[in-house]
Write a protein that binds this ligand. Structure first.
Ligand code: NAP
Length: 856
């Protein structure tokens, strides 16, 4: 039997124990090209292993493998020790911090491992000399200890005992470097190595402060983070390490050192463990995870101060100085997104000396505004055609057949005008009237645009929207006639799409006023704004966009700007354990936010979507099996004349739903999923009644349902437009109605930056999103005064509609940077826990909008 370790690189490592640190170490090895066997006595941990490894890869972000799914193939999971030991060059024992257990496990693997293999322990506090007795490979045994999270902490302690060979230490140093760790070789045995020696004192002092009720764990962390500028405090670290590990350490050292306070600290931890609060892995320790409170911008109650001279601080600190949520620690090295609110700023009145428009104009709308506008526009010589607001889309296209191709044609879309604040329509009124008028306005605008495409007059024509949102396009949070949001959203997208690729487009102007504004004042303004918009056509697209939306209050003219504002402070508490409704919550970004929120507040979730989850356990398939399934589905589709991509998309949706439901279950969240088209108000009402009967009233809502299909404005089909409006807006109308008796603490709707600022290929989607925002703003100021808000999201990376290949290409091609899941979730949760203080919140990368749009 060879006694000398063959001094060669480690090709396969064995991780003994699939706990937190074992999985991190396994992931780190695989990410650096070292294959691993992972052993655990618990068959469930073995079965779950590949999924947990994949999750760990995802947590590693850019530091993990490019393809987390296929990378899991480099790991083998087993609960058979002999199998686990085969062909292994190095074994790392990572079992719980109990001396007899460690001794037993090390002894067993010492007998099974190939003779030349190195055996190590990751013990946090036991010395190798306390563990070496009885081992055959004394010279090939040492401590190899890493810190969590391994990919960020990046320090490996190597602690030999008296008989460890220099070759063994050298191999461990090389192995540490190979897996991206800085090796720290101890010159003599010392309990707790280098960093942990310091950490133990810190953790025990922190625990003593909490155990003796000197300060709360949160305040202890605040004190540490505030003074040192570190992103985590001692109790946050305790959660990461795991309370059971630290309890074991406290028990051991409390006994060895005969220190009653350390023993009491261990008992304090035990009480939390008994309540199921074992740390980050279980979703709850001193904090709820993921997304613990200390990672939120508001945790310190002030902005963080950068450590002087630290170049890495610039990224988080520039955001933090503006009160923004810092980017994820260890995430991509990009600026955090800005959190903005809307503001109406005074703007000069149009000069009034330009020549009024000529040619013809079509006006879409109803009495009394449309006829009054017609009279005013005729008075300056325009030829006017009034298209009744309730004209069905199919009657609209023929209108242009009679218009000579080279005649400049302007368009006015006049939203409903009344002299009172309009309520949100009931589902019946929405279906019977409002939706039809909106689709009719869309169809007319589309037909007008299609008629002008490629003709020189289009760049000399104007399209003007007239709304009675309140005089500041909703910036004040008070809305008079919310349905005008359809026109604002649509026209901003028309502006963007018509100028895509540097092309010139029509003049676009939205003129907003308060309810009951004098009609003659409105018609004068429309003429003045149309004239001004045409005169502004020469401006660059960026300068021009800042002039698209204007509002009038008492003859004062306002433009709309985005104001960067700090992440709000925590407000009224969300009731723990309440039932929340989440539309679209089994997929995409909504599922991510809902899960984190539910873990944090122990919520029960009712999730709605249209995809039946089926009963195929597809969520358990590994990457290879998924590839095979995809191939079969696509071949099957082709054979039966269906589109292969669509057939696979349907299966992929099911898999996503099932995986998200399984993830909720794994976090211990009570959740039910219901197949329900939320634009079907009756079906929605029935589904909610049934859910209430079993889980009580709803205390909160995340309305994330939505559909987006990128396509040229002139090619959008009525069915696409109807579907885009369905989940988002018809759904909202149904929700407001169905939830009117529930004691809602929060109602958050997911809108889009596209709704606020337009987007290419997204005319219907922008319409739906801006309309959604105006309805939600109206809802919050309504009789119930529900805390409600819309978050206008930029594209999210890795999950949801923007991450799908076609949208991703379009967004990134248009210069949009995608936001990380963690950053997005932190924004959503920060708004909710703050009590949704702003009606419309815009999360935006400053670089994608013209500087003139920001008020800084
Ligand atoms: N992802 C982003 O980057 C991004 C950016 C800006 C805004 N947003 C907004 O955020 C929300 C979520 O986006 P996402 O990317 O997570 O979308 P997603 O992955 O496509 O998921 C959309 C969800 O909405 C559901 N849904 C759609 N129409 C519905 C209807 N009529 N009734 C019931 N459920 C319906 C879908 O259910 P089925 O699939 O089962 O039909 C699905 O669960 C959307 O409102 C979107 O506009 C997302």
């Amino acid at each position: 039997m060879p006694t000398h370790h063959a001094d060669r690189d480690v090709r396969r490592a064995l991780i003994i124990g699939a706990g937190s640190i074992g999985m991190e170490l396994a992931a780190q090895c695989v990410a650096h090209g070292v294959a691993v066997n992972v052993f655990d006595v618990d068959p469930e941990a073995v079965a779950e292993g590949p999924r947990r490894l994949e999750r760990t890869f995802r947590e590693m972000g850019a530091l993990g493998p490019a393809d987390p799914v296929s990378a899991t193939r480099a790991a083998t999971f087993t609960s058979t020790a002999a199998m686990a030991s085969q062909d292994v060059d190095l074994a790392c024992e990572c079992v719980p911090e109990q001396l007899p257990l460690k001794r037993r496990v090390l002894g067993e693997f010492d007998r099974l491992l190939p003779p030349s293999a190195i055996l190590t322990t990751t013990s946090s506090y036991f010395l190798p000399s306390m563990l070496v007795a009885g081992l055959g490979r004394r010279e090939r045994f040492a401590a190899f200890h890493v810190h969590s999270p391994v990919w960020l902490a990046a320090v490996a302690d190597i602690m030999p005992h008296g008989a460890t060979s220099a070759e063994c230490v050298g191999s461990l140093e090389r192995f540490a470097r190979r897996i991206g760790q800085i090796p720290i070789v101890l010159r003599r045995e010392h309990p707790g190595y280098v960093f942990n020696s310091m950490l133990r004192v810190l953790l025990m002092s922190a625990l003593t402060l909490a155990e003796r009720d000197v300060a709360t764990p949160e305040d202890v962390d605040r004190a540490w983070m505030g003074v040192t500028g570190m992103p985590v405090g001692p109790f946050g670290m305790l959660d990461r390490i795991g309370l059971e590990t630290v309890r074991d350490i406290a028990r051991y050292w409390g006994g060895v050192m005969r220190d009653p306070q350390i023993v009491r600290n261990g008992e304090y931890l035990q009480r939390l463990i008994d309540a199921g609060r074992t740390g980050r892995r279980s979703g709850r320790g001193f904090y709820f995870h993921p997304g613990p409170a200390y990672e939120e911008g508001t945790f310190l109650g002030r902005m963080r101060v950068p450590a002087r001279g630290d170049p890495e601080t610039s990224r988080t600190e520039r955001g933090a100085r503006a009160g923004q949520i810092p980017a994820a620690p260890g995430g991509d090295a990009t600026e955090p997104m800005l959190r903005c609110e809307l503001a109406a700023v005074p703007a000069p009145l149009p000069p009034g000396d330009a020549r009024p428009p000529s040619g013809m104009v079509m006006i879409h709308g109803g009495a009394p505004l449309a006829p009054a506008l017609a009279t005013r526009l005729r008075s300056v010589g325009l030829e006017v055609v009034v298209v009744p607001g309730d004209s069905p889309p199919e009657q609209i296209a023929p209108l242009f057949a009679a218009v000579p191709g080279d005649t400049p044609c302007h368009l006015v879309l006049a939203a409903a005008w009344t002299d009172r604040v309009e309520p949100i329509p009931t589902p019946a009124a929405w279906r019977a009237e409002t939706l039809g008028v909106i689709e009719s306005a869309f169809a007319l605008c589309q037909a007008w645009y299609g008629h002008g495409l490629g003709k020189p007059w289009l760049t000399r024509a104007a399209v003007v929207g007239v709304t009675s949102l309140g005089g500041d396009v909703g910036a004040s949070g008070r809305i008079a006639t919310p349905t005008g949001g359809a026109i604002t959203g649509l026209l901003k997208a028309v502006y963007m799409e018509s100028r895509a690729g540097g092309a010139g487009g029509p003049a676009v102007r939205i003129v907003d006023g308060p309810a009951g504004d004098r009609i003659d004042a409105v018609t004068d303004r429309v003429l003045a704004e149309m004239t001004d918009a045409l005169a502004s056509c020469a401006l660059s697209p960026e300068q021009g966009f800042a002039r698209v939306e204007v509002g009038y209050r008492r003859d004062e003219r306002h433009a709309i700007r985005l104001v960067p504002r700090p992440t709000p402070a925590e407000g009224p508490r969300i009731s723990p354990g309440g039932q929340w409704l989440v539309t679209g919550g089994a997929r995409g970004i909504t599922a991510e936010v809902a899960r984190r929120l539910a873990v944090r507040f122990g919520l029960r979730l009712v999730l709605l979507g249209t995809t039946p989850p089926g009963d195929e356990p597809w969520e358990r398939l590994d990457a290879r099996a998924l590839e095979a399934l995809k191939r079969d589905v696509m071949i099957g589709a082709r054979a039966t004349g269906r589109k292969p991509n669509e057939a696979w998309d349907a299966v992929a949706r099911v898999i996503e739903v099932r995986r998200n439901l399984a993830a909720l279950q794994a976090c211990g969240i009570e959740a039910s999923y219901h197949v329900c088209r939320i634009d079907d108000a009756e079906a929605l009402r029935d589904t909610l009644s049934a859910a209430r009967a079993s889980g009580g009233p709803f205390r909160g809502v995340i309305h994330g349902a939505g559909f987006e299909h990128t396509g040229r404005f002139d090619r959008k089909t009525p069915a696409e437009v109807h579907r885009t409006l369905g989940g988002k807006v018809s759904g909202l109308v149904g929700l407001v109605d169905a939830l009117r008796h529930d004691p809602l603490e929060a109602f958050v709707a997911f809108g889009s930056l596209t709704g606020r600022c337009g987007g290419v290929g997204q005319t219907d989607y922008a319409l739906a999103n801006d309309l959604l925002a105006k309805l939600v703003t109206h809802y919050r100021s309504g009789p119930g005064g529900t805390a409600a808000a819309t978050i206008h999201w930029p594209g999210w990376a890795d999950v949801g509609m923007a991450a799908r290949p076609a949208s991703r290409r379009a967004l990134e091609g248009g210069g949009q940077r995608l936001m990380s899941i963690e950053e997005g979730c932190r924004h959503a949760i920060a708004e909710i826990v703050a009590g949704l203080p702003a009606a419309e919140v815009v999360i935006v990368d400053r670089g994608v909008l013209p500087p003139a749009m920001f008020l800084t």
